[in-house]
Write a new protein. Structure first.
Length: 340
C-alpha cells in the first residue's frame, strides 16, 4: 500500500514539474516572438516620455517617433513646455537635425541610427537584445525583462539597459538605462506604440515636416532668445588629474563668448555663447560628423569636436586627447551649476 502511494506521489510530482516547464518560456522563445512582432512590422508610430535623472531634478521630454521601412525616420523630442524642440529626420536625401525655434536645419551624411542605437527606437532595442549573447532574461509579473548591453554613443558611461516588455501585447513598456553602478540615469516610458503604421516618403521631407510654430511664433521665440541672459555652463563630470586652468571671456562683435580650458591627463576646450536666432537657415547646412543624442539635445560629433545647441546656448568642444565617448560625457554633463 505504501509502495503504491509513493508511486502515485512520484507521478504527480513529475506531472507538476512537466507542467511548470511547459508554462515557463525561454529567452529564445520570447526573442522569436519579438522578432516576428517588432522586426517584421512595415512601420510604426510611438509616443514616449524620456526622463534624464542625472541632475538634481529630473528633466522630462516628450518623444514622438515615426518609422517606415526600410530607412525613413522622424523623431521629435520636446521639453514639457514644448518651447525647446529638436527633430531628427532620415529620408532619401540623408539625415537631418531640425531646430524649429532657431529655424535651423543641419544635414549629415550618416548611417544613423544603425551606428548609434536609441532606446526609444523599437528596432534598436530588438537589435540590442539579439546581439548581446550574454543578456539576461526573466519574467517579472506581467512583464518580460531583458538586461542587455547598450550600443549607443553613451555605452562607456551607460553600459547597461533593462527592457520591460508587456507579456500580453509583446510591446515595450519601459527602458531603464544604467551606469556602471547599475544606477538608473535615463528612463523611457512608452505611452503608445502602434505597429503597422506607415507614411509616404513625402511625409519625411524636411519642408513638410511640421514644426508646430507659426511665423509669428518663430518671431516670438527669436525675441525670447535675444532677451536671454548669458549664464556660463560648466561640466559636472569629475576626472582625476583634470582641472579648469583658464576661463576667458571675449566680446565678438556684440556677442559674449566664454572659453573654458581644461588640462591635465585629459585636455579639452569648451566654447559657449548665446545662439543667434537671426542666423536662420531655410536651406539645410552640411554638418561634419554624425548626429549624437545627448539626452537634452542633438549634436554633431567628429573625432576631435562636438557641437550642439541647448537652452538657447551654442556649445563647441574641441580636443585631440578625448575620445568621442568622452566628449559626449562632457557635453551631457554641462550645467550652470557645474564643476569649476
Amino acid at each position: 500500500m505504501k509502495s503504491r502511494v509513493a508511486k502515485v506521489l512520484f507521478v504527480l510530482a513529475m506531472m507538476i514539474l512537466v507542467l511548470s516547464a511547459c508554462g515557463a518560456e525561454s529567452k529564445e522563445d520570447v526573442l522569436k516572438k519579438l522578432s516576428n512582432k517588432w522586426v517584421d512590422a512595415k512601420g510604426y508610430e510611438l509616443t514616449a516620455e524620456m526622463s534624464i535623472l542625472t541632475g538634481q531634478e529630473p528633466r522630462v521630454y516628450d518623444v514622438e517617433v515615426w518609422h517606415t521601412k526600410p530607412d525613413f525616420y522622424r523623431v521629435k523630442v520636446s521639453d514639457k513646455s514644448a518651447e525647446n524642440t529638436q527633430m531628427i529626420v532620415r529620408n532619401t536625401e540623408g539625415v537631418f537635425v531640425v531646430t524649429p525655434a532657431l529655424n535651423k536645419t543641419y544635414k549629415f551624411q550618416s548611417n544613423w541610427p544603425a551606428e548609434n542605437s536609441q532606446a526609444y527606437l523599437i528596432g534598436s532595442l530588438a537589435q540590442d537584445i539579439k546581439n548581446d549573447k550574454s543578456s539576461t532574461f526573466k519574467e517579472e509579473g506581467n512583464n518580460y525583462v531583458f538586461e542587455t548591453k547598450t550600443s549607443n554613443n553613451h555605452k562607456n558611461m551607460l553600459p547597461t539597459q533593462r527592457i520591460y516588455i508587456d507579456k500580453k501585447t509583446l510591446l515595450p513598456k519601459d527602458v531603464a538605462i544604467l551606469n556602471e553602478n547599475k544606477e538608473e540615469q535615463i528612463h523611457i516610458k512608452f505611452k503608445q506604440v502602434s505597429l503597422g503604421k506607415t507614411h509616404a516618403a513625402g511625409d519625411y521631407k524636411i519642408e513638410q515636416t511640421p514644426t508646430g510654430k507659426t511665423e509669428e511664433g518663430t518671431i516670438e521665440a527669436s525675441a525670447e532668445m535675444e532677451n536671454k541672459e548669458f549664464e556660463t555652463h560648466y561640466p559636472m563630470i569629475q576626472w582625476d588629474g583634470v582641472h579648469l586652468i583658464d576661463e576667458k571671456e571675449m566680446q565678438v562683435e556684440e556677442d559674449k563668448r566664454v572659453i573654458l580650458t581644461y588640462s591635465g591627463e585629459k585636455e579639452f576646450t569648451i566654447v559657449q555663447q548665446l545662439s543667434d536666432p537671426s542666423v536662420s537657415s531655410t536651406i539645410p547646412v552640411f554638418a561634419p560628423g554624425d548626429p549624437v543624442d545627448l539626452g537634452v539635445a542633438v549634436g554633431a560629433v567628429t573625432d576631435q569636436s562636438l557641437t550642439w545647441e541647448q537652452d538657447g546656448m551654442s556649445f563647441f568642444i574641441a580636443s585631440t586627447s578625448l575620445t568621442k565617448e568622452e566628449m559626449i560625457e562632457v557635453a551631457a554633463s554641462m550645467t550652470i551649476a557645474g564643476l569649476k
